[in-house]
Design a protein around this ligand. Structure first.
Ligand SMILES: Cc1cc2nc3c(=O)[nH]c(=O)nc-3n(C[C@H](O)[C@H](O)[C@H](O)COP(=O)(O)OP(=O)(O)OC[C@H]3O[C@@H](n4cnc5c(N)ncnc54)[C@H](O)[C@@H]3O)c2cc1C
Length: 311
């Protein structure tokens, strides 16, 4: 899996950090020796070999930032408030060229010690898979929540322990012709990962339809960003459904219904998939409706290739 590199950091990357300077150095020495006939310049070669040894050591001793079998503290770089109870937290990876490279639908475990007790919760990063040097978590804080409230109190410079990745979903480019996504509240996070994966892969032409349910219109997370994506990517569409809307709300109202699913999402078919992430009650309701419409699922915990997948 290839990592994205930004130009200014290309020399930090192991291969380029060795080949490019070596090539330039050798070309320079060869031309100078050829033009001047001064063979003593070849005595500079030990300098080159020392440089190569240093670059190779630096490249191979570089550590990954997150492991699946132990906790790693990562520094909060930035925090962006997106609604009254939700913020995006940007964490730094160990180097500016490392990418989290998390498959869509996979999450990280975050650990906090609250009143001396270890608390562990899962979170789905929402940044693009190959974002260099960082990843973003979007966390909704609950008044009586332990870890989500701990996040809300974090300031840049503080660290949080992470472990991962964890997950099951198998997604391959163009493996379905159309995908229906149903999200509720902060359940939008894994849905954004799948969406990101599809729209950042130019050859992926999967049609994506999102039905996003919330209590009020103020609870809709990243609405402007989602609407922008609809304008930019013709194969993506979104419908919002709000349970307690204001009188100005022009979108869908109430809880998700069978008619909404039939109108806003692809129909059940072997070429189509349905991915669902919301609070448990909403997931149960959507699965029941999906069953009525004709989607087939095992009724057990979702497996990676399931046509109907609940995160
Ligand atoms: C696979 C997975 C991925 C997740 N990814 C994200 C993510 O990217 N972003 C994110 O914000 N959350 C995500 N969550 C939820 C997250 O793991 C925590 O459960 C959430 O942050 C609350 O933890 P807490 O310790 O603050 O609350 P807890 O201390 O565990 O719960 C305390 C109280 O908080 C309230 N509460 C907690 N969770 C909910 C909820 N879902 N709906 C309504 N009230 C609730 C309830 O009143 C509850 O009694 C994910 C969950 C799973 C299973």
């Amino acid at each position: 899996m290839a990592d994205v590199l930004v130009g200014k950091n290309i020399l930090d990357e192991p291969v380029h950090g060795i080949y490019i300077p070596t090539g330039l150095f050798l070309a320079g020495i060869s031309i100078t020796v050829y033009m001047s006939g001064e063979n003593r310049l070849l005595y500079t070669l030990p300098v080159l070999f020392s440089f190569l040894a240093y670059r190779a050591y630096a490249a191979y001793s570089r550590k990954r930032s997150i492991y699946s079998d132990r906790w790693s503290p990562l520094e909060l770089e930035d925090k962006t408030i997106v609604s009254k109870n939700t913020a995006i937290y940007r964490f730094k990876l160990n180097t500016s060229v490392e990418t989290l490279n998390l498959p869509p639908g996979y999450h990280l475990m975050a650990r906090a010690f609250i009143n001396g007790t270890e608390e562990i919760r899962p979170y789905h990063p929402i940044s693009p898979r190959y974002a260099p040097g960082y990843f973003d978590l979007m966390v909704k804080s609950y008044v009586d929540g332990k870890v989500s409230k701990f996040f809300a109190g974090l300031e840049p410079g503080k660290t949080v322990d992470f472990m991962g990745p964890v997950g099951k979903l198998n997604y391959y480019c163009n493996s379905s012709t159309a995908i229906g996504l149903v999200a509720g509240g902060s359940g939008i996070t894994p849905i954004l990962q799948v969406l990101n994966e599809i729209i950042t892969t130019p050859e992926d032409v999967t049609k994506i339809s999102l039905l996003y349910a919330n209590e009020t219109e103020n609870d809709i997370l990243l609405k402007d960003e989602l609407d922008e994506l609809v304008d930019k990517y013709p194969h993506f569409e979104v419908n919002y459904v709000v349970n307690r809307p204001s009188s100005n709300w022009k979108g869908l109202r109430g809880y998700v219904t069978k008619e909404m699913m039939q109108r806003c999402l692809p129909s059940p078919s072997v070429d189509h998939r349905l991915l669902i992430c919301g609070p448990p009650d909403m997931n149960s309701l959507v699965l029941e409706l999906a069953n009525n419409i004709g989607w087939r699922f095992s009724g057990e915990e979702s497996e990676g290739n399931d046509q109907v997948f609940v995160f």
